[in-house]
Ligand binder design. Structure first.
Ligand code: SAH
Ligand code: SF4
Ligand code: F3S
Length: 442
């Protein structure tokens, strides 16, 4: 039997797709690359913005013809949109056989068997922790991977659907995570990113707030691990300890994803973010003080209900001032059932688009300037392999996450090397591999 699986949305959703695949592989399924060849077609879905849901509806809508030609193909919708829309999915997409929420996909094999016998299987229970029995060989990259360290979210930011579709925040036991890290490094992984909606509160659900520091220490000790990252950090839960661990543990990269969302105190309060713009600025300054060379990344929402031009300008000022490495900008999208959905969505779409463009414009100038400043510097690169655009060159990432391209032997894939930067664009750095024995670090 063959399975096609595609994940929309965040990195955690992509990892959940690999987890589902681990279960299916044990039951004899092999992965394939298109729905046409598959006996089972699964989409792991996202609800974070309306646009994300529209993409699922349009992708799965097209499978109507496949189902007509081959009625025995099982089509399943998993994940956040499944949890949110449940049985309504069968009304909009009558050719779907299975709807499986965010906490039932470890039962995927059994649910698919049920759906083969009778169509319209709905499994969106809310109880219980997800068993993380992952086969680490199922992963997207040979040298880098992710580990889910916690699920759900208790923060209830006013605009956000995640707490409703992913449930209460639950941290995974530390032993389990450390064991998964070791299995990954045993299988050749050199870089691990720890994932959670709010990793700074790791441990809170088992009575040990602040356990992220110990977790970083223990995962960093996995043999052969060269790099460790963690996302996402909520500013309200960031501590000095975590920043010091970033500085003191050589594997932990000086790269912090800590979304401000807005630069206006009125908007931040309405978003229920529980910090002010001044507190964010202080925290960014403290982080840069403790962790030399820190690259800061963040998410922003434009056009939140009632956001005035002046309030937007406060966000623009923050983006200009803090010189992020990456700014992900989203147009506000009302999500049914959230607190903000009760407020009028009163910023016109064209104005949201304009504000979005303004922030991206500022950020792109920052990237151009900062990357130009890297010229002449030597950076440590974890080599991914030949560049897909130009196979004569290698591609990899700096510790601060910029893409770096350079000429070198394909056998360097998976190694840490030093590259001297010679040119740059807003998105990439290009340079020369440093020769001699010292060039290849490990
Ligand atoms: N837990 C993470 C990420 C959550 S979703 C965090 O707290 O940072 C990723 C991003 O999507 C958020 O940071 C936010 O910027 C954006 N987002 C969430 N809900 C949204 C909505 N309703 N409309 C627009 N953007 C949204
Ligand atoms: Fe959503 Fe806020 Fe939780 Fe992030 S912290 S997932 S934005 S509720
Ligand atoms: Fe992720 Fe989207 Fe769900 S961002 S947690 S897949 S709503």
């Amino acid at each position: 039997m063959k399975v096609f699986i595609h994940a929309f949305g965040c990195q955690m959703n992509k990892l959940d797709a690999e987890l589902a695949l681990s279960h299916l592989a044990r039951a004899g399924y092999a992965r394939c690359d298109s729905p046409e060849e598959a006996d089972l077609v699964l989409y792991n879905t996202c609800s974070v913005r309306e646009h994300a849901e529209e993409r699922v509806y349009s992708n799965v809508g097209k499978l109507k013809f496949l189902k007509r030609r081959r009625p025995d193909v099982v089509i399943g919708i998993l994940g956040c949109m499944a949890q949110k829309d449940q049985g309504r999915i069968f009304e909009r997409l009558p050719h779907v056989d299975l709807v499986c929420g965010t906490r039932e996909f470890p039962r995927i094999v059994e649910l698919v068997e049920q759906a083969r016998r009778r169509r319209g299987v709905l499994a969106c229970g809310e109880a219980g922790a997800v068993r993380e029995e992952r086969d680490v060989r199922h992963r997207a990259h040979p040298f880098q991977d992710f580990i889910t360290i916690m699920r759900g979210c208790d923060n209830y930011c006013a605009y956000c659907i995640v707490p409703y579709v992913r449930g209460r925040e639950v941290s995974r036991p530390m032993e389990e995570i450390v064991d998964e890290a070791r299995r990954l490094t045993d299988d050749g992984v050199r870089e691990i990113t720890l994932l959670g909606q709010n990793v700074n509160s790791y441990g809170l659900s088992f009575g040990r707030p602040g356990a992220l520091v110990e977790l970083l220490e223990r995962v960093a000790a996995a043999p052969g691990l060269a790099r460790l990252r963690f996302v996402t950090s909520h500013p309200k839960d960031m501590t000095r300890d975590i920043l010091q661990a970033m500085r003191d543990l050589p594997a932990v990269c000086e790269h912090l994803h800590m979304p401000p969302q807005s630069g206006s105190d009125r908007v931040l309060k309405a978003m229920n973010r529980r910090y002010t713009a001044a507190q964010y600025r202080d925290l960014a300054a403290l982080a840069r003080d403790i962790v030399p060379g820190l690259a800061l990344a963040g998410d922003f929402i434009v056009g939140f209900p009632g956001e005035t031009e002046a309030e937007f300008e406060e966000t623009a000022a923050l983006v200009r001032e803090l010189r992020f490495q990456n700014a992900f900008v989203f147009k506000y999208s009302p999500r049914p059932g959230t607190a903000a959905a009760r407020l009028p969505d009163d910023v016109p779409e064209a104005e949201k688009r304009r504000r979005n463009q303004v922030l991206l414009g500022i950020q792109s100038r920052v990237n151009l300037e900062e990357n130009a400043r890297a010229i002449g510097r030597e950076v440590e690169v974890l080599v991914e392999g030949p560049s897909p655009r130009d196979p004569r060159r290698l591609i990899g990432r700096a510790r601060t996450n910029q893409i770096v391209v350079f000429e070198g032997a394909p056998a360097l894939a998976g190694r840490l090397v030093r590259v001297r930067i010679e040119s740059s664009t807003a998105l990439t750095l290009a340079g020369r591999l440093m020769p001699d024995a010292g060039a290849t670090l490990t």
